[in-house]
Design a protein. Structure first.
Length: 138
């Protein structure tokens, strides 16, 4: 069983030995709900060993979705293939998401959240297209 932690850890629970093994650790930007946010195993994982991650690199102002190959219990960092990247504002918090899920046709779906501060909209949808208001514009 693979799982992730927001702080950047990818781990594997090994029931055969009753232990958790660290598969990889990434340096990620964790302020404002960022970090290691999503994980999905390829539908053909048993054959190709591909694992997908969504993370917030420290050196990039946004999110990366990358594919890696898992060898045994270790994520091969050299196998990284950047699948998709998008920039976002990091001035204000909130409402991040990072769910990754494969559809029935093998499509990779990505949930991103709207990365807006919901508290400046007086209970309305966070839409504000005025200059300088991007953190409040979903």
């Amino acid at each position: 069983m693979f799982f992730i932690e927001q702080g950047g850890r990818v781990a594997v629970y090994r029931p055969d030995i009753g232990a958790v093994v660290e598969a990889a650790h990434f340096a990620v930007f964790t302020d404002m709900e960022n970090g290691l946010l999503g994980l999905a195993l390829d539908p053909d994982f048993a054959d190709n060993g591909w694992l997908y991650l969504m993370r917030s690199p420290r050196h990039y102002p946004g999110q990366w979705i990358s594919r890696f190959t898992v060898v045994g219990d270790v994520l091969d960092r050299a196998s990284e293939k950047l699948v998709f990247a998008f920039e976002e504002q990091r001035d204000e918090c909130c409402r991040h998401a990072g769910s990754l899920e494969f559809g029935p046709g093998g499509e990779l779906f990505i949930a991103t959240g709207d990365n807006t501060n919901p508290f400046g909209s007086d209970g309305y949808g966070p839409i504000d297209e005025r200059d300088g208001r991007s953190p409040w514009d979903g």
